[in-house]
Design a protein. Structure first.
Length: 215
């Protein structure tokens, strides 16, 4: 974390900002993970008013580490000239424009939320536990007529993951992300049909690596 020589005025303004109800609405949906999340526009929507009302602004720019890895630089600016800055080094699943772009969007959202203390509307441990328990109960109550994923489907998905040059650990995470703990034949068919779309969502859902760029 970097900062200007003094941040007293900025700190006062930020305290006023955080008196507001900074909860971003979970308006975007991940159909494969069956969950909702607050996207970048939702985070900006809740942040913009309190920031401007208190003489604050946020600038998000790009930088690179010595090895070429992209870095998101988030700077909180105060009208007094004081500033506070954080850096988030990205780790895209693949080194292609699509993967890097998804990682940048994901990192901007988390960097902005972390800088201002913004949380998702339904982001609480109790609610998350309730969803997991409900999901588990649903799996346990699954009708016996539902067919499990077949071995040819498993092999097909494995081959498609290898085409994406995913490591074994990445493939395991991707497999669990798309199919959960109890994959069915229908789920596997849909994942094969919409494989590229699931892959894009998987990239967006990856947790970024926090910390300063390596020297």
């Amino acid at each position: 974390m970097e900062q200007s020589d003094t941040i007293s005025e900025l700190a006062k303004a930020l305290c006023k900002v955080q008196k507001e109800r900074l909860f971003a609405l979970t308006t975007s949906e991940n159909p494969f993970f069956k969950s909702k999340y607050a996207d970048l526009s939702s985070v900006w929507e809740v942040a913009r008013g309190p920031l401007t009302q208190n003489g604050l602004a946020v600038a998000q720019t790009m930088d690179t580490a010595d090895d070429g890895t992209p870095v998101i630089v988030t700077t909180l600016l105060h009208e007094s000239g004081e500033w506070l800055r954080g850096r988030l080094r990205l780790k895209p699943v693949k080194d292609d424009p699509q993967s890097v772009g998804s990682a940048i969007t994901y990192a901007r959202r988390y960097s902005l939320s972390a800088m201002l203390g913004i949380a998702q509307e339904d982001d609480d441990a109790e609610g998350a536990m309730g969803k997991r328990n409900k999901s588990k109960s649903s799996r346990e109550a699954k009708p016996s007529g539902i067919k499990p994923m077949t071995e040819p489907q498993r092999k097909k998905l494995w081959a498609m993951m290898k085409e994406k040059e995913m490591s074994t650990e990445e493939a395991k995470r991707f497999f669990k992300y798309g199919l959960g703990e109890s994959p069915t034949s229908q789920m596997a068919s849909e994942m094969i049909e919409h494989f590229d779309r699931v892959f894009e969502k998987f990239i967006e859902a990856q947790e970024p690596q926090w910390g300063p760029p390596e020297e």
